[in-house]
Design a protein around this ligand. Sequence first.
Ligand SMILES: Cc1cc2nc3c(=O)[nH]c(=O)nc-3n(C[C@H](O)[C@H](O)[C@H](O)COP(=O)(O)OP(=O)(O)OC[C@H]3O[C@@H](n4cnc5c(N)ncnc54)[C@H](O)[C@@H]3O)c2cc1C
Length: 294
Amino acid sequence: MAKFNRILSISPADRYAVVEPGVRLDDLNEKLAEINFIYPPDPASSMAATVGGSISTNAGGLRASMYGTTKEWVLGLEVVLPNGNMMTTGGRVLKRSAGYDLTALFIGAEGTLGVITKAFVKIWPKPEATGRILAYYDTIEKVGLAIKNVKSAGITPLIAEFLDKITMDSLRKAKGMSFPETASYMLILDVASTNLSISADLERTAKILRELEPIDLSITRDPDEMARIYEARKGAYSSLLKVRKSSSQRVIIGDVVVLASELPAALKLVAGKADELGIMVALFGHISDGNIHA
Ligand SMILES: Cc1cc2nc3c(=O)[nH]c(=O)nc-3n(C[C@H](O)[C@H](O)[C@H](O)COP(=O)(O)OP(=O)(O)OC[C@H]3O[C@@H](n4cnc5c(N)ncnc54)[C@H](O)[C@@H]3O)c2cc1C
């Protein structure tokens, strides 16, 4: 679908965009950035992932912590069915209550029900101000508890990602990133707010994270620094590939979702099984919605 790559219209007033399925997510967001809007679905593959592919896999991603997965952002679709007929589901309006939700059938269907040729997607204003907290802990229990305490305090992070030591080591080697030597886990937590409140909101969140005695904690609002960390996290999988002992060593990526509150127990289980079976397992993922990549 690479040639179906046009952004057909954007309406910030009505909060929608009409796009062809081959438009890459990063290209759509680059265009929307010109008017301070975003299309929230943001899988780590966003530089290559297309609107059609991400709808067909109901992609989540880093910002799913605040905005949910792709299914929350699709208003309607134009689809070519297996018999060659074309149909349109939904449309541009935000509310549709009558009848079956046929759009939902095609989301996550991996192309089995038809080929998406056009998508009506919701767009949203970019947060006015964001800041990032980097906290390092010695146990996964503390990371899990940290995110649980933040969310229980009524704070919804824009992004909440975790990386384990193996993933941090691969980013050190492949991308020259530096992390505290003694840290076993890293938590990347973004707070979205207004220019007026961002400093106070970051401090309030950091206070909760400090209660669990992190090895190190820092706050940044520097856009270059934030972009560097964001790209590094998005490149976790490719970094793991780069540091393989040989190209014949196979890397299998899993994608599991558990309740966020049960994540520490799930991660402990995975690590225990890996030890038992003698396989190397790197753990990272979207901790706020319990999505682990292992
Ligand atoms: C490195 C990496 C990191 C990732 N990180 C995340 C992540 O953080 N979060 C997350 O949720 N997912 C993640 N993913 C998975 C991601 O959701 C998908 O890779 C991506 O959304 C698929 O988009 P694509 O354009 O590459 O589709 P493809 O891989 O080309 O296709 C995916 C499926 O959609 C179907 N399809 C594609 N276009 C259409 C169309 N127009 N009509 C009907 N069916 C179609 C294809 O037949 C196929 O079944 C990651 C993947 C990779 C490789």
